[in-house]
Design a protein around this ligand. Structure first.
Ligand code: PRP
Ligand code: URA
Length: 209
């Protein structure tokens, strides 16, 4: 399928520009990541299936629309994916949240799983795996492996920024999964950080450096 969707919405692009600025501190960084995630969730849910239901307004009976189809799940890749959850839940409060803990070994750059807690009915849910960065794609691919192993079937991947290398990795390992991103950046540096990127997302969100 090989689908990549880039959000060209002006507010998303404007806010991404502020996130990239190294002078943006943790409080603003957190708030902006949350706001961008909310805007992205608004766009990504554009065509969720609807059904007709009969209701009574204070005036008369009428037919209105209501969401139908599969229930949703949000799967943040820890740590940095946590910063995207509240923005998405503010629009979709009934979504369940599953957590996958992965870190990228600084020597080997391999993703190492340290935590997994997922909704029991994961196989029936439409899942959005979230992480602000898709760099080499190692973490996202391993997270998707981990949730597929536990029964996940319907998966989208949502990030703030991506490198082409990460997109290629997901396409190779999980060709059926659509990728949604605010940008495809120029590439990766020698530490496999996205360039221009926005640095270490986890550290900037949580003020750990
Ligand atoms: C960052 C980021 C992704 C990963 C992307 O997490 O949030 O999960 O790196 O890199 P990749 O595509 O090359 O795998 P990191 O490993 O720094 O952990 P953290 O979120 O705990 O800071
Ligand atoms: N992890 C980050 O936090 N930033 C990058 O640019 C790449 C991986």
């Amino acid at each position: 399928m090989k689908k990549v969707h880039i959000f060209n919405h002006s507010l998303i692009q404007h806010k991404l520009g502020i996130v990239r600025d190294k002078s943006t501190g943790p409080k603003d960084f957190r708030e902006l990541v949350e706001e961008i995630s909310k805007l992205m969730a608004y766009e990504i849910t554009l065509d969720l299936p609807l059904m007709d239901v009969e209701i009574e307004t204070p005036v008369c009976s009428t037919t209105v629309k209501r969401l139908s189809g599969k229930k949703l799940g949000v799967i943040p890749i820890m740590r940095a994916g946590l910063g995207m959850v509240d923005g998405i839940l503010s629009l979709i409060p009934v979504a369940k949240v599953g957590h996958i803990g992965l870190y990228r070994d600084p020597e080997t750059l391999e993703a190492v799983e340290y935590y997994a807690k997922l909704p029991e009915d994961i196989g029936e849910r439409e899942l959005i795996v979230v992480d602000p960065m898709l760099a080499t794609g190692g973490s996202a691919s391993a997270a998707i492996d981990a949730i597929k192993k536990r029964g996940a079937k319907h998966i989208k991947f949502l990030c703030l920024i991506a490198a082409q290398e990460g997109i290629d990795k997901i396409h190779e390992d999980h060709p059926e999964i659509p990728i949604y991103t605010g940008s495809i950046d120029d590439g990766l540096n020698e530490k496999s950080y996205i360039t221009p990127g926005f640095g270490d997302a986890g550290d900037r969100l949580f003020g750990t450096k």
